[in-house]
Design a protein around this ligand. Structure first.
Ligand code: GLC
Length: 752
């Protein structure tokens, strides 16, 4: 026994020593980098410095690009993905330019490079940081294999408006979920060290508040006061900075009249001074030049002056920095020390990425694209991303003993659209669609009848409906694949109405009339207003564009080889008119009771105040179609015996919440247990509840597990009436629940 103890102590000391060495090495490395940055900076001409601040996208004249790299007037290039082209440009930079500074190759690798994972909104539905980090790691492995060193991801704009096309790229409506998953993506992209050959610099974007674009119209103005900015929109970015993100990107929106690309409060006071960020701040595509269109500046000279002085280091594609900074320095409007600081930030990241040692990509290395391991990881994430919204009469899982299955709908065999938005490099010929996967898995086991019914999601031509009804009548069950073409989602693709487009709703109606078990699968880039379609379906599975392996994932879920575990990362409205609608709302002075009379229930000549004066819509009520954090399983779970480690705690203490979770059904399944907390009385009004923890728990039938959450009381801090981040003493309510709308009596504790 004594010997074991001594070995354990020895190991402990060794670990401490190794950690200390690693930290010391890291500090040493950082010191070396800072010295190299300074040495290089001192040799640079002003034009070479401005070259580092200049990012271009190929414009067709390769010779001009080579010339720019040779002259040191280009510091970064986005959208080059040919290894030989990357290597030639890096060779010119290292061997022919005066100072041999490598260029930074960037690309939008948003949810996979070649192997495409579910869109980020689907990744958010997994509530699984491990899966999400691993997906980003695979994306980095594939992207770095062609010479990409920088991705413009993760997109972590809090998004509470499904009309906004870019909700597809986001991690949803909740700051805690977006913080945990966004930092997981940063870790995945950057790996254990930026120096690793498969590391690519992450770029949390769009900094900040872009998801609140008025009316859900892209690029639109936002009006977010500082307190709301700090309590809702900034936390995911702070988490990403703490995770070591190497770069940040400014957003297109003007917030309260100030375009983000010239907002020194967020770019300097918060990002640099409060968060100690020392990486690169890059503009969005021409977002500095667009400040002219905003009417915030008169010309590109003033745009340059305001963005550089606000803290922008690198300008994307307009070339204005190179053109305008020399005269601004002469006129004293921009100081050279400001330029020096921007160039330091850029060189620092290039050193951290190891580009001065080796910026080249191995053109002979075997391609990692679409390898079996990557495809399996993409399938697993797709499985975890899908949300079971309804399952009446245990329609799902389907039995493999069926004789005939009818497959209908424009998304059943849509290899391009299934990949979703922001796919620059994924090839649709690798997409495995639901129809193809069904045929491959069960083609020799039962009849598979297929009729799209509609050629594409916007199709209004119902001429094929009779054929769809015909195959449904011959089948034991109907699986109907509906949703959105990819082009209806993503940047600049906002919708005023989030009902199903085309004649898809009519297709649901005619199939429901056959009386056959109807399973509706929705593939989309946003929550859609599908109240009627849900009512008409026996089961509904929601799949935010699932990527390359969406088909096999859906087949495994439909036939029970996998059990759905996804939960809604955004609230699903009943109608567009309910937007914005999200769970972490304030209570108001007149909260809805949920029992209000709705339109058709209101008596004629009802008295003015007879309906009760509460906050709801007469025609839609108060509740959403599905709340945040909602998702069913093929089994059931029971929460019991919820205990708090204390009922009174101080700010420095940790509250332990424990509860029993039992699988009370017949199949093994995974539940995402959620912890919500409410600060009952604050110096400002506080949300009725906020997600503070979540955990995926997999249980066999009848298995019961004790689950615990550790909640440091300091995590209840918020930016209060005095704009101070504090934990205010008082009563707190707490729920452990399967989703955000789970009511039930809260547990109560007090912060003293
Ligand atoms: C786009 C997007 C941004 C992207 C950039 C480069 O306009 O707003 O998310 O990273 O340009 O493609």
């Amino acid at each position: 026994m004594k010997g074991i103890k001594q070995i354990a102590i020895g190991i402990a000391f060794l670990l401490v020593f190794l950690t200390a060495c690693k930290e010391q090495k890291s500090t040493q490395t950082e010191k070396n980098i800072e010295q190299k940055v300074e040495q290089l900076l001192q040799q640079m001409t002003l034009e070479e410095k401005l070259g580092q601040m200049n990012q271009i996208s190929p414009f067709g004249d390769d010779e001009a690009i080579k010339e720019g790299v040779k002259n040191g007037t280009i510091g970064s290039i986005l959208n080059i993905i040919e290894p030989n082209q990357v290597n030639e440009l890096q060779r010119i930079a290292l061997e022919e330019s005066r100072l041999g500074i490598p260029i930074l190759i960037a690309r939008d690798v948003i949810h996979g490079f070649k192997t495409i994972f579910p869109i980020p909104l689907g990744q958010a539905a997994t509530f699984n940081p491990i899966t999400v980090e691993y997906g980003a790691r695979i994306a980095a492995i594939e992207a770095s294999s062609v010479g990409i060193q920088w991705t413009f991801a993760p997109m972590i704009d809090i998004s509470r408006d499904p009309r906004w096309g870019r909700i597809a790229e986001s991690l949803g409506e909740d700051p805690y979920l977006a913080s945990t998953l966004g930092s997981a993506m940063v870790r995945g992209f950057q790996g254990d060290s930026l120096h690793l050959p498969t590391a690519i610099a992450a770029c949390p974007k769009h900094f900040v508040g872009y998801g609140a674009s008025e009316g859900g119209k892209d690029y639109n103005s936002t009006f977010i006061p500082e307190r709301q900015l700090r309590n809702v929109y900034l936390p995911p970015f702070e988490a990403a900075a703490q995770a070591g993100a190497a770069t940040f990107m400014t957003s297109f929106n003007d917030n309260d009249g100030i375009p983000a690309t010239a907002n020194s409060f967020v770019l300097k006071d918060i990002l640099r001074d409060e968060w100690n960020f020392d990486g690169i701040v890059v503009t969005d595509w021409a977002s500095a030049a667009e400040m002219i269109t905003h009417g915030f500046v008169a010309d590109d000279k003033e745009a340059t002056e305001k963005s550089v002085n606000a803290g922008v280091d690198m300008e994307m594609v307009s070339g204005m920095f190179i053109r305008r900074i020399p005269e601004l320095i002469k006129e004293g409007k921009v100081k050279e020390q400001t330029i020096n600081q921007a160039v330091r930030n850029i060189l620092r990241i290039k050193f951290r990425l190891g580009l001065f040692d080796n910026p080249y990509v191995d053109e002979q290395a075997p391609s990692p694209f679409y390898n079996a391991h990557h495809l399996e990881a993409a399938k697993q994430m797709a499985v975890e991303s899908m949300i079971l919204l309804k399952n009446e009469k245990e329609t799902l899982p389907l039995s493999t003993d069926i004789k005939t299955l009818a497959v209908v709908g424009p998304m059943a065999d849509a290899p391009h659209d299934q990949l979703g938005t922001w796919i620059f490099d994924g090839d649709k010929q690798y997409t495995q669609t639901p129809l193809a996967a069904l045929k491959k898995e069960f083609g020799d086991q039962f009849n598979i009848l297929y009729e799209p019914g509609l050629e594409f999601s916007r199709d209004r031509n119902t001429k094929h409906f009779p054929q769809a009804v015909n195959i449904a009548q011959k089948a034991d069950a109907v699986v109907l694949f509906l949703g959105e073409e990819a082009i209806l989602t993503g940047e600049a693709h906002s919708l005023a109405d989030i009902n199903l487009v085309g004649a898809q709703s009519e297709l649901v109606k005619v199939l429901a009339q056959t009386g056959k078990p109807l399973i509706t699968v929705i593939m989309a880039g946003r929550p859609l207003a599908i109240e009627q379609e849900v009512k008409l379906s026996d089961a509904v599975l929601y799949s935010f564009h699932p990527g390359t392996m969406g088909g096999p994932a859906l087949v495994d879920l439909l036939f029970g080889k996998e059990v759905p575990s996804g939960k809604t990362p955004v609230t699903f409205p009943k109608t567009s008119g309910q937007i914005p609608i999200y769970y972490a709302h304030n209570n108001t002075g007149r909260p809805a009771t949920g029992n209000e009379l709705l339109l058709d229930q209101i008596p004629l000549e009802a008295g003015q105040t007879s309906l009760g004066n509460t906050s709801f819509h007469l025609d839609a009520g108060f509740h959403p179609l599905f709340p945040f954090g909602y998702g069913l399983s093929y089994t059931t779970f029971e929460y019991s015996n919820i205990q708090l480690s204390a009922n009174q705690l101080k700010e420095h203490e940790v509250l332990t919440i424990s509860f029993d979770l039992e699988n009370t059904g017949k199949l093994r399944g995974t539940e995402i247990a959620q912890l919500y907390v409410r600060d009952v009385v604050g110096s400002i009004t506080r949300p009725i509840k906020e997600l503070k923890r979540y955990k995926r728990v997999t249980l066999d039938p009848k298995e019961k597990q004790k689950v615990t959450f550790e909640l440091p009381i300091k995590e209840l801090a918020f930016w209060n009436i005095d704009l101070k981040r504090v934990v205010e003493p008082g009563e707190f309510h707490l729920w452990v629940a399967p989703h955000s709308a789970a009511t039930g009596e809260p547990l109560v504790f007090e912060v003293i």
